[in-house]
Design a protein around this ligand. Structure first.
Ligand code: FE2
Length: 429
């Protein structure tokens, strides 16, 4: 199977809305090909949504925000779906309890696919009417719906991984395709102090939280050439990292003790050897691959242990602007971070989302839009941290240098990892 939709953002001729819509919707459904019907229904924790819900919710998004306001005579296939498949849009109406999504056996999986087909048929009618007119009032929200569905493609993968992890059978999503990662030396790229441009400043698609573009003052710093590896993180564990409070933020230490964490999510010790659960099943930890499934607390504690810190998102963006948006994305079908032994600055994009020490707050001048769609990003700007880059489960055409992902401090079921930073005060005096 191929998930390639990279042409969505490739320079040159812009594909039609019809082709983009068809490609994105098909990519979601291809992710479900390895699944059995029973796999679609389960939620293994409140953060995890059933596959069936992702398939339906992304359809509800198009139905609610594109078809209802812009299709000539759209009628909902089932008015009750709005209650079941609204995620968090308060202004769009009452909705089902998020933590109970895994208790919903009806509509069936087959009925959800019928719902998708119904929405698709009406969307293609509307897209024909839009006729690729960028100024049509539906065009902007149609583009948003496509990028929204790509976000859910990544969530679908990380959620089914957690569902399978919680199953004592530890099923594999797909056969193993990895080869052992190759070690790569670590190095540092210096970032000069100065006022730098941050945020999206163009005429392409971007989420509202990536703007307005603005300037920030950057202190002299250095960022690591590559991501922190499993082997390096294992040294932190072996040195008592999870038993020594001095490395942890207070809330992090409380979380470690409450949940008895002693390693990244999906790690388990088998015959005194660390193994990790991947979408291909359980295997010994790949020592030279980027460590992943870490919370902010763990990433921060590791950085302290090694005498460094996490980068700010502005530092990260200044560095990433020097690099092409290339990497191991979902399109590579590895669905696990990897190292091919490349040296030098690398892995800004793909493999794992990189925790920053920047709180997820509004850029100067940001105002959330009016109405339910204004709830998309703006209302989450508290108690979360920014992650940059993209992961091995992110569609390639979804990655962007200004992209701001965000999760709470204790979240670790996403492909999240570490790029270290350090202060270099005085070196540039
Ligand atoms: Fe959503």
């Amino acid at each position: 199977m191929t998930l390639t939709t990279s042409w969505l953002t490739r320079a040159g001729a812009t594909p039609s809305f019809a082709d983009r819509y068809t490609a994105v919707r098909a990519a979601t459904e291809r992710l479900c090909v390895p699944l059995q019907t029973e796999d679609y229904v389960v939620s293994s924790m409140p953060d995890v949504s059933p596959t069936k819900w992702h398939l339906a919710h992304t359809s509800w998004f198009f139905e609610t925000f594109v078809l209802a306001p812009f299709h000539r005579d759209y009628r909902a296939l089932n008015p009750k779906y709005a209650f079941l498949f609204n995620s968090y849009y308060v202004q769009a109406g009452e909705r089902h309890c998020r933590a109970q999504r895994g208790l919903v056996t009806r509509p069936t999986v087959a009925e959800v696919y019928e719902y998708r087909a119904y929405v698709d048929a009406h969307m293609q009618q509307l897209i024909a009417d839009i006729d690729d007119d960028a100024n049509h009032p539906a065009s902007a929200v149609l583009a948003l719906g496509l990028h929204h569905e790509q976000q859910h493609q990544e969530l679908l993968v990380t959620d089914i991984k957690h569902v399978f992890w919680m199953n004592p059978m530890r099923p594999a999503y797909r056969p193993e395709t990895r080869t052992a990662s190759v070690p790569a030396g670590q190095g540092w790229t210096m970032i000069d102090a100065g006022v730098r441009d941050i945020g999206y400043n163009g005429d392409g698609f971007h989420f509202d939280n990536e703007a307005p573009p603005h300037r920030e003052y950057i202190q002299p710093s250095a960022l690591a050439h590559r991501l922190t590896t499993n082997g390096e993180y294992a040294e932190f564990i072996a040195d008592g990292g999870y038993r020594r409070s001095e490395f942890w933020l207070s809330a992090g230490w409380a979380t470690v003790r409450e949940h008895t964490w002693r390693a990244p999510l999906y790690w388990e010790s088998v015959d005194d050897t660390w193994h990790e659960f991947t979408l291909a099943g359980t295997a010994p930890v790949d020592a030279h691959a980027p460590v992943t499934h870490l919370s902010y607390f763990e990433a921060d504690a590791y950085a302290r242990w090694v005498g460094k810190r996490l980068p700010t998102e502005a530092e990260w963006e200044v560095l990433a602007r020097t690099q092409p948006v290339v990497g191991r994305f979902a399109d590579a079908e590895l669905l696990q971070p990897h190292s091919d032994g490349t040296t030098g600055l690398q892995q800004l994009f793909g493999d794992v989302w990189q925790w920053t020490q920047s709180p997820y707050v509004a850029y100067p001048g940001f105002r959330a839009g009016a109405g339910a769609l204004g709830e998309y990003n703006g209302k989450w700007m508290s108690d979360q941290w920014v992650l940059r880059g993209a992961s091995c489960a992110t569609p390639a055409s979804h990655a962007r240098v200004t992209y701001r992902n965000f999760f709470p401090s204790d979240a670790r079921w996403q492909f999240t990892g570490i790029r270290l930073a350090r202060d270099v005060a005085g070196e540039f005096a």
